[in-house]
Ligand binder design. Structure first.
Ligand code: GUN
Length: 284
């Protein structure tokens, strides 16, 4: 059996069309254009690509965007002052600081400086707490996109065994909260987990978010499982691959996301959705 492929590009395109229509409607009815501010510190090539893609997605959907790039040696106070300025600007609805920040930077201080009602990443402690309590203000974009994919594919969640490999604040932890809220039985594995394959083989839904190329192989997957690959790894030949070994996994899984063209486009789509929602809340 070969798995059905979940097309993240197609689902993203459908959702982005709806978001563009809503943004246009907001412009006509209230004279307000949803606006996202993106801050990048340093010259990490992957981050530069992500930021460029986020700004381009805003433009295409009719959103306004502000891009602020700082050199690696910028002072923390300069970035904090910029965030304060964006917080105070009523025409800015969402603020995002691209991660990872340079090692010498106090990432917590930066994330906590963003006004929670503009924190479209959902990384501010107040918003993390709200998600944990089951009452999220903004759902972090990657897990949010994955939930949309599971919904679109009508993957049964109630009582399902969900295994997440990776415990990051950006993906693993919020993913666990969202699946738990939908009554999955959730296991979170990580770099210190013993018997990783024992856990992954039990998964009806397997989310791989570890950042290690092709580490989840077909032999580690339950037949018929839904496999979601969050990894974006650059191979020696320059091509991208996920954390899942797609070739062997697709022979075992029931549903699988490709890399590229799976979770990646959904992350940016949900960033637009969160920005639109932030703008809509200012109108109420
Ligand atoms: N780096 C990797 N993923 C993300 C994300 O979702 N948001 C931000 N701000 N940085 C990231």
């Amino acid at each position: 059996m070969t798995a059905r492929i979940i097309d993240g590009n197609a689902l993203s395109a459908r959702i982005r069309e709806l978001l563009a229509t809503s943004a246009q409607g907001m412009k006509v009815s209230h004279g307000v254009t949803p606006c996202l501010a993106v801050i990048l510190v340093g010259e990490d090539p992957a981050s530069q690509v992500y930021v460029r893609n986020k700004v381009a997605a805003c433009e295409k959907a009719g959103f306004r965007s502000i891009k602020q790039v700082y050199p690696l040696d910028v002072e923390l106070v300069t970035v904090l002052a910029k965030i304060a300025e964006l917080n105070a600007d009523p025409s800015v609805h969402g603020i995002l600081v691209q991660l990872p920040l340079p090692k010498h930077f106090d990432a917590e201080a930066v994330l906590e400086a963003i006004a929670p009602e503009k924190d479209v990443d959902g990384f501010h402690a107040e918003n993390v707490g709200a998600l944990m309590q089951g009452n999220p203000r903004f759902i972090p974009c990657t897990p949010h996109g994955i939930m949309k994919m599971l919904e679109a594919e009508k993957v049964p969640l109630k009582g399902a065994e969900a295994v997440i490999v990776g415990r990051s604040n950006i993906v693993g932890k919020p993913m666990a909260m969202l699946l738990l809220a939908q009554s999955c039985t959730v296991t979170v594995c990580h770099s210190q987990s013993k018997e990783l394959a024992f856990h992954t083989k039990c998964a009806d839904i397997l989310v791989a978010a570890v950042g290690r190329a092709k580490m989840i192989t077909g032999a580690m997957i339950k037949p018929g499982a839904t496999v979601i690959d969050v990894g974006i790894n650059r191979q020696a030949d320059g091509k991208l691959c996920g954390d899942v070994d797609f070739e062997s996994a697709k022979e075992v899984a029931g549903l699988i996301t490709p890399v590229p063209g799976g979770v990646g486009p959904m992350t940016i789509t949900m960033l637009l959705a969160n920005t639109l929602e932030a703008a809509e809340r200012t109108l109420k």
